[in-house]
Design a protein around this ligand. Structure first.
Ligand SMILES: [Fe+2]
Length: 592
């Protein structure tokens, strides 16, 4: 066997050698021309050159540097320090790339530079590091020059602050050269991400611009604290200026659900946070508070019913991470039987709404018929008394008020009184009032029963107080209506009549499909605008003039583009928008 292996090896070498002999030919191809030659750090006797690398069919071996067309040296990389210059003199520079066979490229662009006057006062900036990382800049600068220094930690390290001629931890930062200076950047080893916390979620109990509830499952460890602030310090918990201990712990669905209720936040502002406990530090997450200015546009995702089908559920969650709305309104029936394992899977899937940069999206959760009393309260820390689970939140100051109602307790009674009172107090001083709840009042799936109590307790006051948009779930179908109002008069169907120009009319949309068994939308009404059956949620852009609503099909989530935080009011590439008869966009004009 050994002899056979040896023979094969020898044969291989012979074949390889033959091939090499046959294919070898002289390299006559020169490297590409170096580009973007620039000059920096000009003083009286020296300056620095820098350029973009050339490429070659084999390999670029070095660059030749020319000063006034005379070769003054070579560089293996794309920088060169020219020294021995005369003060107050203009020089021109070019570089050429060279390969191993001696082929030389053409000359780069020409840069001219004039050295400074000998009399110029100059100072030296010395940069040092502690730990692993680098600092940009350093060298000789003319007096008065502002120098921007940037500390870049090595992988697995965090930047923790400046010392010497700089202090604090602003990065990058500027230093003015009015004397010789030395700065030190300190890098500390980044803590290993702790797995003692998981299943993170963000919710609101009150003001959406100034508060945020950070919730999670505490798997093990003690004394968890949320460390947060408006500057991103990565996993360096101690650098965050603010901290909050846990306000509420509730054992529910096999999880130790912790809630830290952050208050006193600034509106429309990014906050970065980590959770530190006895075991270590979580990954770094961030969120944005809702705007308080009614002139700021809102992006909202609304849907519900995610109880059985994890694939569409995960796809919808991935899409949330891509379009980064201010909030998700979720209309109930998260799980099938509200068991511990199903809820843990649900929150595991919810983590897909978190961006790759740690961006988290708050959820405004409603109770469905598959949730037991207090499940929503205990898993999302919503602001209700036990058994209530209905609440209202304002977004964008006076721009929008959302009513999250509970179809699993009587729609009238205490809830109906609360709704009527809140609508009376608040609907007129908000541009928009919208509602979300679980069971559709007039379901578009024939097996679902009519909710006449909701019709009386909710649809009628919605009309009285000009609630403009109503988001329903439960039926696992897709629907959008024409503008309608409750009426049994001529032309009405199931107690509603189409009224396009009535300023108090509402559009009803729904009904579920965030990962539940799809059903047949065959129970349409004469005021149904379009109906269907597919996995979807609604995406709303809301400003003072109008609401634009689109129904987003979620199945192709993986191929949809990622929106940038700079512009969240564009359609990402490949997004699949429902386009029924009548068009893809429902526009609700401000009736006020
Ligand atoms: Fe349901």
């Amino acid at each position: 066997m050994k002899l056979k292996t040896l023979l094969i090896l020898i044969m291989g070498i012979i074949i390889l050698s033959c091939n090499t002999d046959e294919t070898i030919s002289p390299d006559t191809q020169a490297p590409t021309v170096p580009t973007n030659l620039t000059v920096s750090n000009i003083i009286n006797v020296s300056l620095d050159l820098r350029w973009n690398a050339s490429t070659d069919n084999i390999e670029v071996t070095e660059y030749e540097v020319y000063q006034d067309e005379v070769n003054i040296g070579t560089s293996k990389d794309t920088t060169y320090s020219v020294s021995g210059l005369t003060a107050n003199t203009t020089y021109s520079f070019t570089v050429k790339a060279k390969d191993a066979a001696g082929n030389i490229s053409g000359a780069s662009n020409v840069v001219n530079a004039t050295t400074t006057n000998t009399n110029a006062v100059q100072y030296t900036l010395t940069t040092n590091t502690t730990g692993q990382g680098t600092v940009s800049e350093g060298g000789i600068y003319n007096s008065g020059t502002p120098v921007t220094v940037t500390a870049t930690p090595a992988s697995g390290w965090d930047f923790s602050g400046w010392s010497g001629a700089l202090s604090g931890n602003t990065n990058p930062t500027s230093i003015t050269m009015n004397s010789d200076k030395a700065v030190t950047a300190t890098f500390t080893k980044a803590p290993v991400t702790s797995t003692s916390t998981e299943k993170y979620r963000l919710t609101w109990r009150g003001n959406t611009s100034t508060t945020m509830v950070v919730g999670w499952n505490q798997v093990r460890g003690t004394n968890p604290v949320v460390h947060y602030g408006t500057t991103d310090f990565g996993s360096n918990a101690g650098s965050y200026p603010l901290s909050k201990t846990v306000d509420r712990t509730v054992s529910s669905k096999g999880m130790n659900n912790n809630y830290a209720r952050l208050t006193g936040l600034q509106a429309d502002t990014a906050y970065y946070f980590v959770i530190k406990d006895s075991e270590g530090v979580s990954k770094r997450f961030w969120f944005k508070t809702a705007p308080s200015d009614p002139n700021t546009r809102l992006s909202i995702v609304a849907g519900g019913d995610s109880r059985n089908n994890r694939t569409p559920r995960q796809n919808a969650n991935k899409l949330v991470a891509k379009i980064r709305p201010h909030a998700v309104l979720f209309g109930g029936d998260m799980t099938s039987s509200s068991s511990s394992s199903q809820w843990q899977n649900w929150f595991e899937d919810w983590q897909l709404t978190i961006g790759s940069d740690g961006r988290m999206i708050p959820v405004v959760a409603a109770r469905g018929n598959h949730e037991k009393s207090n499940d929503i309260r205990d898993l999302f820390d919503i602001p209700t008394a036990a058994g209530g689970e209905y609440y209202a939140l304002s977004f964008g100051g006076s721009l929008m008020r959302t009513y999250t109602l509970n179809t699993e307790v009587t729609p009238a009674g205490t809830q109906g009184t609360w709704l009527a009172n809140d609508l009376t107090s608040n609907s007129a001083n908000h541009t928009w009032a919208v509602a979300q709840y679980h069971r559709a009042t007039r379901p578009h799936e024939p097996g679902k029963s009519e909710q006449n109590d909701q019709y009386e307790a909710w649809s009628k006051p919605f009309y009285t107080h000009a609630v403009q948009l109503v988001m329903e779930s439960d039926s696992h179908v897709v629907k959008r209506t024409w503008p309608i109002k409750p009426s049994t008069g001529s032309g009405s169907d199931e107690g509603f009549v189409r009224v396009d120009s009535d300023p108090k009319r509402a559009i009803y949309v729904g009904e579920g499909c965030w990962g539940a068994p799809l059903r047949n939308a065959s129970d349409t009404k004469n005021w149904t605008r379009a109906a269907g059956s597919f996995n979807q949620f609604k995406w709303l852009w809301i400003d003072k003039n109008k609401i634009e609503l689109r129904t987003i099909k979620v199945d192709n989530a993986s191929s949809v583009g990622q929106l940038s935080d700079n512009n969240l009011f564009v359609l990402p590439t490949n997004i699949d928008i429902w386009n029924p008869t009548g068009g893809s966009v429902v526009t609700v004009d401000n009736p006020h």
